[in-house]
Write a protein that binds this ligand. Structure first.
Ligand SMILES: *Cc1c(COP(=O)(O)O)cnc(C)c1O
Length: 381
């Protein structure tokens, strides 16, 4: 790829990742959390679109004890970039993946005895002891052994010679809304399993249940370690969870105006002729479209130009969108546009864009296409 000489990439549309803000967010969380509570930094799906290697490095420097991803390739990418922290992969692994986990010292979840026995034999032939965690399903009905059936499975796995049972985890179905009743029931179920483990003399290094919502609002479920993904990125999982002063978003999405044009009354704008000018208007063309991950809206949403809101008009194209800048007459070609983030006194946050799509912040963060260059600010912190 050709590199631009300036801090901007060649393409006049990009995603900006402020690593100093990421660092600050981790420090703020370190001050907010109880001193002995450990952090597992969840960096699946390229750290929610921010770049997993870059986020992993800041997490490590901030004292995170563990990293987690969702696929074997995500784990291997970290190892290939010399990330040496312990890495946990969520979900289930098939046999060929397990082999790689042993070779690369990647921790996986084993949730049934026959798989654990097979894994123990594989570790034995590699001359290693493999680290494993067990997931207890307390009500999400996704991965893991059902809480009511967990103890014998945990006991059997803890007894295998070539595995080290390092952790026991569970995962909330709903932790960030006002109604915590199901979350509380899940905590009770998990606690029952932990108590019965203690009664049998089974100890693990890490008991963990909380995602960001749980970390913020359910301190009774912190246990030894919390698995936080979205919080260090400066984004809250819901409108109602606890706030921590000073956290700010790490990601912004920016572009430059590629063309400015004047419309006469009656002119149409865009595919499907979804907008028609009722009076003479001035519009700006932005070289970023739904192929870059912006929701495919029609006559909805705003961007920021000169610190002011310009409404999106017409339907989005794959590679471009049009906005009305009649009220921002200073607009010129190659002026900077903010699609997500702050400009002057105005802000368009991830939740505003999520609303356009009837979705959530997690979806928007991970939807920005990798054809948008990532620009890392303050990479030396
Ligand atoms: C994605 C994920 C998390 C992190 O969730 P956040 O809300 O981003 O903190 C934690 N645990 C598991 C099992 C996950 O899949």
């Amino acid at each position: 790829m050709y590199k631009s000489q300036s801090k901007h990439p060649l393409r006049p549309a990009w995603v900006e990742i402020n690593l100093r803000q990421l660092w600050r967010n981790f420090q703020i969380i370190n001050i907010d959390k109880p001193a002995n509570l450990q952090i597992l930094s969840v960096i699946k799906d390229q750290a929610y679109g921010h770049g997993s290697v870059q986020v992993a490095r800041v997490a490590e420097q901030s004292g995170a004890t563990y990293l987690a991803v969702a696929t074997i390739d995500e784990a291997l990418e970290l190892r290939q970039h010399d990330v040496t922290s312990p890495i946990l992969i969520f979900g289930e692994r098939h046999e060929e993946e397990l082999k790689v986990c042993i070779d690369e010292n990647i921790t996986c979840l084993v949730n049934n005895v026959s798989k654990a026995e097979k894994y123990s034999r594989m570790a034995k032939s590699a001359g290693k002891k493999a680290l494993v965690h067990i997931e207890v399903d307390t009500g999400l009905s996704r991965y893991g052994v059902r809480w009511s059936e967990a103890l014998p499975v945990i006991e059997a796995i803890a007894g295998l010679d070539h595995l080290v049972l390092e952790g026991v985890m569970s995962h909330f179905a709903m932790s960030d809304e006002l109604d915590k009743s199901f979350a509380v029931l899940q905590i009770e179920r998990f606690q029952q399993v932990l108590n019965s483990m203690t009664n049998r003399g089974i100890r693990v290094k890490y008991r963990h249940m909380c995602n960001t919502g749980g970390y913020l609002d359910l301190p009774q479920a912190h246990f030894d370690l919390v698995r936080i993904g979205i919080l260090p990125l400066g984004i809250y999982p819901s409108q109602v969870c606890r706030r921590i002063a000073g956290l700010q978003p790490v990601m912004s999405v920016k572009a430059k105006v590629a063309a400015v044009r004047d419309l006469e009354a009656g002119d149409f704008v865009g595919y499907g002729m979804r907008y028609r000018a009722s009076t003479p208007r001035r519009i700006a063309v932005i070289p970023l479209g739904f192929g870059d991950g912006y929701p495919r809206v029609r006559n909805q949403g705003h961007v920021l130009i000169h610190g002011k809101r310009a409404p999106v008009i017409g339907g989005l194209a794959m590679d471009a969108m049009m906005v009305d800048v009649t009220a921002i007459p200073e607009t010129r070609v190659w002026d900077e546009v903010v699609l997500m983030g702050v400009q002057g006194q105005e802000e368009i946050d991830v939740h505003e864009i999520a609303q356009l799509k009837g979705s959530v912040s997690y979806d928007i963060l991970t939807s920005w296409s990798w054809r948008l260059p990532r620009v890392y600010l303050n990479s030396n912190l």
